[in-house]
Design a protein around this ligand. Structure first.
Ligand code: MN
Length: 258
């Protein structure tokens, strides 16, 4: 049996806490009865498996840049469509779950992340589209309207579909995943069209739909159109969470970090 003194316990708990980066996860819009701010469990589990501490960031704060003082890294989660007004698009009957409160919060949050440079960020599905729009890019508003031979990027009943994605060899994403051919859980009907400033496309589906983008100058800003949180048993997809958490730990030692 090991006996620890009180000061040993305090020192140990401080060390343990210090080793676990805090990852803020942007939440879905107000929903349910009573209304709540929800985050799919897969994001929380992915961060915990990687040794991080997940916290939920609900939309609504007019100045989300302050949240960056509370976290070491971020996930912009999936969800409904951006208001097409945010990128000069037109309304479309296939749009769903548009929420101006969430759009405003996440667009400001990701712009603050790019300005500060010291918070790693993983953008998933809608999050990738938010990143692209924040950088001045735009979206295909409904994939079947733009890609004649589109593969299934979601099942008709609005459920995930599985497909391949090819990752560019020289990308940070390829280094992160450790492979250049991945099987992904796809659950979207929109896609990046014009790639925003400072970003580049680094993965594609067989029909040419952009499946990942990354930032050229930010230290760690990766965005995937697919859902790694829906593949909890795939060690390749878990690397997205693991690398996010690892780089978030490193970020504490950079200038400007807390
Ligand atoms: Mn897809």
């Amino acid at each position: 049996m090991i006996n620890l003194s009180y000061s040993d316990c305090v020192r140990y708990s401080t060390m343990t806490t210090a080793r676990r980066p805090v990852i803020g996860i942007s939440s879905y819009p107000r929903n349910g009865t009573p209304p709540g701010f929800a985050v799919p469990c897969g994001y929380v589990d992915g961060v915990r498996r990687a040794g991080g501490i997940p916290i939920v960031l609900p939309p609504g704060d007019p100045d989300p840049a302050h949240y960056l003082d509370l976290v070491d890294g971020l996930i912009l989660s999936g969800g409904g469509d951006l208001d097409p007004e945010s990128y000069g698009g037109k309304p479309h009957q296939a749009l769903y779950s548009v929420c101006s409160e969430r759009d405003s919060f996440e667009l400001k949050l990701v712009r603050a992340v790019l300005e500060r440079q010291d918070r790693p960020v993983l953008c998933v599905c809608r999050g990738m589209q938010v990143l692209n729009v924040a950088c001045g890019g735009d979206l295909h508003i409904h994939i079947p309207d733009s890609f004649e031979n589109a593969i299934a990027h979601r099942r008709p009943e609005r459920l995930p579909a599985e497909h391949h994605a090819t990752v560019e060899r020289s990308s940070r994403l390829a280094t992160t995943l450790g492979v250049m051919d991945v099987i992904v859980q796809s659950w979207h009907h929109q896609a990046v069209r014009e790639v925003g400033r400072g970003l580049r496309a680094v993965a594609w589906a067989e029909d040419g739909v952009i499946e990942a983008i990354e930032h050229d100058s930010h230290a760690w800003c990766l965005a995937v159109q697919w859902h790694p949180e829906l593949q909890p048993h795939d060690p390749v997809q878990q690397r997205l969470f693991s690398e996010l958490v690892a780089h978030s730990a490193n970020g504490r030692h950079q200038p400007g970090a807390r």
